[in-house]
Design a protein around this ligand. Sequence first.
Ligand code: COA
Length: 221
Amino acid sequence: MTRDSGRSVPIHIVGAGGLGRETLDALFARGCERDSLVLVDDHVVATELHGVPVRRPDDVRDGLFVVAIADPGTRRRLATRMLERGLVLTSVVHPRATLAHDVRIPAGCLVLANAFISTGTRLAAHTQVQYNATIGHDSVLHEFVTVLPGANVAGNVVLETAVTVGSNASVLQGLVVGARTFIGAGAVVTKNHLGDRVLVGVPARDRGAPAGMAGAVTERP
Ligand SMILES: CC(C)(COP(=O)(O)OP(=O)(O)OC[C@H]1O[C@@H](n2cnc3c(N)ncnc32)[C@H](O)[C@@H]1OP(=O)(O)O)[C@@H](O)C(=O)NCCC(=O)NCCS
């Protein structure tokens, strides 16, 4: 539990799916008590999970929050909704993530276990680096970037707003990937790409705009 002027401040995890429960696990690993945590979801299937209450977004008022949803557009929409309700954005970093001494974690970020973020890297608000993902030195991750489990972003890479790097994908050093592009699982990105594309394969090929790929981006941030 965090304390603000002696008052307990609950942490709300928005999204009670798999990523929400992984975020809960990161907070347990940080020593947070169950009574300081709240899961928030529009689709409440149980009143509690792992001893933590589950509430609807309209039923929460005060405290801190982080959005545990991988899709960048949904993440932005839910963050706006929580901010409008007066909650304050925070970040969650698993204690077994490794961050270089000069890496700063802005509000809204989520960094899961065994993630590695190298020196000189800059993360913007609302970025996610999920478990076992690695970010090389001097890379820049703009707002709402999502790096899914096991992905490898090499050094000096720029991922523009709301890029998603799929599970086990790689982005080679020095490249720029345009906003909202979705890199499919296992792809190897070997050259610069514009925004609003879906890239798959080795080397990564442009499969067109995300609208044609149901599993890519569901809401435009
Ligand atoms: C790229 C991606 C977004 C496409 O999703 P989709 O729109 O549902 O695509 P479909 O499953 O309809 O596949 C469309 C075509 O692309 C191919 N394809 C899909 N994903 C692919 C991938 N990662 N690499 C290579 N080819 C892929 C399919 O085989 C299919 O080819 P076909 O037309 O020759 O049969 C998705 O497959 C993907 O890789 N998502 C990332 C998943 C991930 O990392 N999850 C981690 C969760 S923790």
